[in-house]
Design a protein around this ligand. Structure first.
Ligand code: SAH
Length: 492
């Protein structure tokens, strides 16, 4: 199994920088042991103009069989399967084993980490990848359908079964060459890491649930929007339906969360049309954050959860006020969290500040013990991103399981949409909104949630409260009923 990665140098940047990016010195041939045999890395060419790194995996078919057995899963149950374990194409073809070797040998490069040339690691570079024998179920057409949407120019030539007998037709192998100038090395490696096994479609090891995490990690930033996402996910997870569904669901959430942020910004930052004030009114997003911070101060919360924190604007705002001793942001989107971490400069934060803030990935559709023990939780413009049938799951996770004393929920008031000049009639404010509620609908939902979980609830307008259609944003403030505040409520 063999794969090469090449780059061209420029006047300013020598091609041999590839050695830094791969963390493998061009002057040395290196050997690494993997569970399936030895992987070798060497450079057939390494000069300023052109540098090629080769990865060669010498598969040990016996190790392969032993591993398969050790895990209690042989390959197939057919009578000839015993022989097929020893006589198969595994040692020769680039396949999922090569992907495993790729991740073992180039793990830092896959993550885009390069201490010696950090600026180059995040820059696209001219790349050429060649795999002389790639098993490809689906043939050259599928190879193109998988790589082209990612910015690769693809050459995929079928390899004849036997060159002396062309009438026998093509084998299931293709000779693959990929070229791109638009990708970083890490992106390129992550494409290969996922797509080589997908094309091979014969995974050599048992697929467990952490494969979903591996797939989503390697697919971050490109898989969610890929036109063949379903095929990739299903094949990568060896068609295990439950895993595929879990992955698809998480990808869908990530995609939607990232879908066209510009739309939200446009509406959120729009200035209300009916203002008489002299100064420019604050954009709605700012007003919403102010309203939330004020409500949190009023309820005396110190430890606050921002559920569906997005890119961390509210977390940043809360950290400015020392009364909030702990602020945790949770989101399903890794991309949003990465942007949030950058916004908060988490890596450069002093120790005291860093103790106050936490960001973690999680889905609000599942109960999560990490959400317990906070004074207040905020769901700012989040509920409308969930499909209505998923809402009871979120309701239970927040009000039934985490149960903070205060919960703030904001959501658009759909009645107000007629006041947005830029919004075509009948449209929601963001492509990802699954619904937008009228004031009545929001009150009904919130009232029922409060009732089911022992909370009281009050409603507040955010933004100018239009006499006819109400405010652009509606906020519900839920307060857990305790014996004390129950008595106070009765007395009042
Ligand atoms: N709270 C922020 C962001 C709102 S956008 C603000 O007010 O500006 C909605 C956010 O909810 C997105 O970041 C999205 O990733 C997140 N989200 C959607 N469904 C989610 C789920 N099931 N679990 C966790 N976060 C989710």
């Amino acid at each position: 199994m063999f794969l090469t990665i090449s780059t061209r140098g420029t006047a300013a940047l020598p091609a041999t920088d590839l050695g830094y990016l791969l963390h493998k010195h061009p002057d040395k041939a290196q050997k690494f042991s993997t569970s399936y045999g030895d992987a070798h890395v060497f450079y057939p060419q390494a000069d300023a103009e052109r540098c090629t790194a080769a990865l060669l995996l010498e598969v040990d078919p016996l190790a392969l069989v032993r591993r398969g057995k050790g895990k209690g899963k042989g390959r197939g149950g057919a009578p000839d399967a015993a022989l097929a374990q020893y006589v198969n194409d595994r040692p020769y073809a680039a396949s999922s084993l090569l992907a495993v070797a790729l991740s073992a040998v180039f793990s830092s490069a896959l993550r885009g980490v390069c201490a010696a040339r950090p600026e180059r690691a995040v820059e696209p570079l001219p790349l050429r990848v060649e795999v002389p024998a790639l098993p490809a179920r689906g043939g050259p057409d599928l190879v193109r359908a998988l790589f082209e949407p990612l910015g690769w120019a693809v050459t995929a030539e079928p390899v004849a079964l036997d060159s002396e007998f062309p009438e026998w037709g093509d084998s299931r192998y293709v000779r693959l060459a990929l070229e791109s100038e638009k990708l970083t090395l890490a992106e390129a490696l992550r494409h290969l890491y996922v797509l080589l096994p997908v094309l091979d479609d014969a995974k050599h090891y048992w697929v467990s649930s952490d494969e979903v995490d591996k797939l989503l990690r390697a697919g971050d930033g490109w898989l969610a929007g890929h036109p063949e996402q379903k095929l990739i996910t299903s094949r990568y997870l060896s068609r295990r339906w439950s895993l595929t569904r879990a992955a698809t669901e998480r990808l869908e959430l990530a995609r939607l969360a990232e879908a066209d942020d510009s739309q939200v910004e446009a509406v959120d930052n729009a200035v209300e049309p009916d203002t008489e004030a002299e100064e420019k009114p604050a954009p709605l997003a700012v007003r919403r954050r102010d309203a939330i911070v004020e409500a949190l101060r009023a309820c005396g919360a110190a430890r606050v959860l921002d559920l569906g924190c997005g890119q961390g604007q509210l977390v940043q705002e809360l950290l400015k006020d020392a009364r909030f001793t702990e602020v945790a942001g949770i989101d399903v989107s890794v991309r949003a969290l990465t942007i949030a971490a950058r916004r908060l400069k988490l890596d450069r934060m002093g120790e005291r500040q860093a103790f106050r803030v936490k960001l973690f990935q999680g889905s609000l559709a599942y109960t999560d013990n990490r959400l317990k023990g906070y004074d207040a939780a905020v769901l700012s413009e989040v509920v409308e991103h969930l499909d209505l049938p998923r809402l009871p799951a979120l309701e239970y996770a927040v009000f039934g399981h985490a149960r903070p004393r205060t919960v703030l929920v904001t959501t658009p008031n759909v009645e107000y949409n007629v006041r947005w000049e830029s919004l075509p009639a009948g449209h929601v404010r963001h492509g990802d909104h699954r619904f937008e509620w009228t004031r009545e609908e929001f009150r009904t939902w919130a009232g029922a949630v409060a009732e089911r979980h022992g909370y009281g609830v009050e409603f507040r307008p955010v933004g100018p409260d239009d006499p006819e259609v109400g405010p652009p944003t509606q906020m519900a403030v839920f307060t857990l009923r305790t014996h004390t505040n129950e008595k106070e409520a009765k007395a009042a």
